[in-house]
Design a protein around this ligand. Sequence first.
Ligand code: NAD
Length: 256
Amino acid sequence: MLNGKTALVTGSTSGIGLGIATSLAQQGANVILNGFGDHDTPLRALQTLGVRVGYHGADMSKPAEIEAMMQMAQADFGGVDILVNNAGIQHVANVEDFPPEKWDAIIAINLSSAFHTTRLALPGMKARAWGRVINVASTHGLVASAQKSAYVASKHGIVGFTKAVALETATTGVTVNAICPGWVLTPLVQKQVDARAEKDGVDSEEAKRRLLAEKQPSLQFTTPEQLGGLTVFLCSPAADNVRGVAWNVDGGWAAQ
Ligand code: NAD
């Protein structure tokens, strides 16, 4: 379905980004990976799907590195057709204890990076009269939790950014949407599971159960594969007129 398209997925060396990159590659899209840590293993895994795979190690908190990545996408792949703004970090603390440098990093990586990739990708998408911008927000783009002020601000911000750019592109072949996962068991959440286990003096399984019971009525983690499936749908012709939505995949969290 996506043969000949190029997808750039930020923060795709692990977790949700890798799940989304895999789903897009399974549909025939060429993929540019980005993120820290081991990138060789995911790169080789995606190559076995018979698509072209590239990698750029841009630090998404640094606009100049983002520009270099977008230039590489243009030079090596002819531009970006599907932009998935997924890179993100978390820090958990009360606002008066929140380190200012963590606040700045969360806003830069979770929010401002999407502004930079989007402003640089849009002209090519518009010229080709087709494009998809999919922002990985969070249920925390719709509702808040205590001790996550920077994360909640960044995710509410990216939902607002999604709506504004969806309006600017409403008469074009480019759609802009957000997806809002609830708990997904990735390295980002494993840290919170470990912290909960330590705080409550319970094992990891019990900590997971308690985290889910607090927020996610289905009592099940959302999976990267499910988020990949939604991303593929948003890239399909059936979604040509889906614009500016923030679509939760959260086991009922935001319905409460
Ligand atoms: P993860 O920690 O598994 O993956 C994060 C990815 O971002 C990694 O590839 C990492 O290398 C990359 N990254 C981090 N900082 C970066 C930087 N400065 N520059 C470039 N890459 C960077 O986390 P995840 O859970 O897969 O999170 C992915 C996205 O999904 C984030 O935006 C997160 O907020 C969002 N999300 C996660 C959950 C969840 O429960 N895990 C829920 C809702 C939303």
